[in-house]
Design a protein around this ligand. Sequence first.
Ligand SMILES: Nc1ncnc2c1ncn2[C@@H]1O[C@H](COP(=O)(O)OP(=O)(O)OP(=O)(O)O)[C@@H](O)[C@H]1O
Ligand SMILES: [Mg+2]
Length: 348
Amino acid sequence: MNKYIKNFLGAFSEDLGIDLGTSKTLICTKKKGVILSEDSVVVINSKTKEIFEFGNIAKKMIGKTPSYLEAIRPLKNGVIADYEVTEKMLRNFYKKTNSKKLISTPRVILCVPAGGTQVEKRAVIEVAREAGAREAYLIEEPIAAAVGMGLDIFDANGYMVVDIGGGTSEITVISLGGVIKASSFRVAGDRIDIAIMEYIRQKYNLAIGEVTSEDIKKAVGCVVEQEEELEIEVSGRSTLNGLPKSIIVVSSELISIMGELTEEIIEEIRAILEMTPPELSSDIKRNGIYLSGGGALIRGLDKKIENAIGTKVHVPDNSRYHVISGIQKVLESFNKYKNVLITTETEY
Ligand SMILES: Nc1ncnc2c1ncn2[C@@H]1O[C@H](COP(=O)(O)OP(=O)(O)OP(=O)(O)O)[C@@H](O)[C@H]1O
Ligand SMILES: [Mg+2]
């Protein structure tokens, strides 16, 4: 089963970082930085199990495949759900980077959700090891995100990092290079897409696919009123007569549906803060809360959290790249960060 991934990793000539996300996979090398950013989607031939398409192009095919093809997102909720397809996807991603094939096996750092189970962590490490990685390490996603944002994680200073991805949101309090409190839960981008899809079906009797729903979220989605109303025209199938139909969706109508879900994230932030030791609470009040991941781009989310919690919220630029750039920094200064990495010897 691992021969594909063995070839895949064996091909790397230099230390490598992988952010294997539910929505996006990013690959970086120590020297070159990010060398790949693709949607974590694969279209396979259901009969031969061969890959038909992968990455960004495969994502465009979701909901449009004939019966002999199947579009698969092999990661769910931040963890590998379909191992074999994940292998194939990674192999194709690497091929796409056109890196030179060398025989040496690399040091690889992969990220895992802070709330991940030991079994999930072990699986990722073992995959990399069996694949021929000379040294395979894991880093908790929020720690990588904090490093990527430029926070000094070794400081005796508490930071709250909230990473909102496709499958999971993770809320973490970090101090002295460790995770003090963490919560990982499944209200993130994908859940919002489903809620928008449901809303459009009920309000407009229009069936739309998940890609269109995500387009709506990105184009006009918001959780607080916008200065200017945004709008987008979308099409789908009328649930009344089965015919193609277009509608206009405006930003204000999404506030309550998206607001309700983001309220759950805020409730979780509150719960974590209530469990946080007072000295660290006071640091977080002073430092503010840091958002990362694609979900950090939801319009008005920073303001909504700020109002609800009463603490400044920062969204550093390039929120979708915080984790991978953190991993790259760890590769660059490996000795400095080695104690925050998880290996078979340290964590289980
Ligand atoms: N401009 C935007 N506005 C709102 N949401 C966005 C925007 N851009 C991306 N997203 C959402 O961010 C999510 C992807 O974020 P990210 O790339 O951080 O996830 P991931 O790391 O692949 O997932 P996970 O960490 O859960 O495994 C998707 O749900 C996507 O729709
Ligand atoms: Mg992520």
